[in-house]
Design a protein around this ligand. Structure first.
Ligand code: MG
Length: 358
């Protein structure tokens, strides 16, 4: 599923020289999970986020800033950043200029950038009447296989949940507890399909991490994500050398600046729009990752169909699509994105193609 970099068109071809007087608005929203979700960093029942809408000439572009607690941004901080940025839209300005101003401003937190960036891309494509992904040469309406995430739990519970995973999905097991190998054994006793694991930095001691890396090799994994603390890049390299499955950096890879440090230390990176600041920087990261020989896991936070539809526009350019956010939440305010037998079926109407229903 690896695609050529040449597929990513230069941005100057993408936008109309469209002068607009855009209206930007934002609102807080609480994403509720279908069931409590546990990872190595803790357990939670929902996630705060800020939804952004940018309107011009009757068209509305949507974006989302999901704020899991470890990002340490409050909704208020993000709303203030969006409000500040919106003053630069008071005058007539092209969408391309708005994106330039956004990404040059180092004071805007990346989740706020992501929400505004997504909304600007969505608006641009809706004005043009085309699918967002077509702006950078992507055409696929079906992407996948998509992951289905199992939160960290007891071996018995993880096995029980693994049995209920819908057909066709790639199981992604959250690890980093006291019984990681028992969890893998329990899952594998009932599920033989494709599986990756995400340790969320939990194998903190070198000896433990090396031992675990040797043991997990027995379980035929698609990938091993962020096994050790994010700053321990030499340990990440040691683990990569031991395991035969691809080792993916997530917390160790926040933005494009991290990619050169990860080259030759791991096999791939996890790109998330919230981490890097939206579709524009994600496109640059994809290009850089390929130039540095790295695979790409396209990831997400707990997000609604808005943020997920934005990320999914890039799915065709990545190796794995870890975009199961909408499957895990109970109050999705958008519709249009569908999951079928492990694939994501993207809407074909203009922009992100999603419709606001709440
Ligand atoms: Mg991860």
């Amino acid at each position: 599923m690896v695609k050529m970099n040449s597929k990513i068109k230069a941005r100057s071809n993408i936008f109309n020289a469209y002068l607009a007087k855009m209206k930007i608005s934002k609102s807080g929203f609480r994403i509720e999970f279908k069931e409590p979700f546990k990872i190595a960093l803790g357990v939670r029942t929902g996630t705060d986020c800020v939804m952004v809408e940018i309107e011009e000439g009757g068209k509305v572009g949507y974006g989302e800033a999901s704020l899991p607690p470890y990002l340490e941004y409050s909704s208020e901080q993000i709303m203030i950043a969006v409000e500040k940025f919106s003053t630069s839209l008071d005058k007539k300005i092209s969408i391309e200029n708005a994106l330039e101003i956004l990404h040059k401003d180092s004071n805007i937190p990346n989740p706020a950038k992501a929400a505004i960036d997504e909304a600007l891309w969505d608006l641009s494509a809706r004005i043009k009447g085309v699918k967002l992904r077509s702006l950078f040469g992507n055409n696929a309406d079906v992407i996948g296989p998509c992951t289905f995430t199992l939160g960290l739990d007891t071996p018995e519970q993880m096995a029980s949940k693994a049995m209920r995973i819908p057909l066709g999905f790639l199981l992604k097991a959250k690890l980093g507890g006291e019984e990681d190998i028992a969890c893998l054994e329990a899952i594998r006793s009932v599920y033989q399909g494709p599986m990756g694991v995400d340790v969320n930095q939990a194998w903190k001691e070198r000896k433990q991490a090396i031992q675990m890396a040797e043991l997990v090799d027995e379980f035929d994994l698609e990938f091993l994500e962020q096994p050790c603390p994010k700053e321990e890049l030499d340990l990440l390299a040691e683990i990569s050398a031991i395991t035969s499955c691809p080792v993916i950096a997530d917390e160790s890879c926040q933005t494009i600046d991290d990619i050169s440090k990860l080259k030759n230390r791991c096999d791939g990176i996890n790109i998330k729009l919230i981490k890097c600041g939206g579709i524009s920087p994600a496109l640059k990261m994809i290009k850089s990752a390929r130039e540095n020989g790295l695979m790409i896991l396209l990831g997400c936070m707990s997000e609604t169909s808005c943020g997920i539809a934005a990320a999914a526009q890039l799915g065709e350019l990545c190796d794995w699509v870890d975009l199961d956010g909408p499957l895990l939440i109970s109050n999705d305010p958008f519709e249009g994105l569908n999951y079928e037998r492990g694939t994501i079926i993207l809407p074909t109407s203009p922009g992100l193609g999603i419709t606001k229903v709440l």
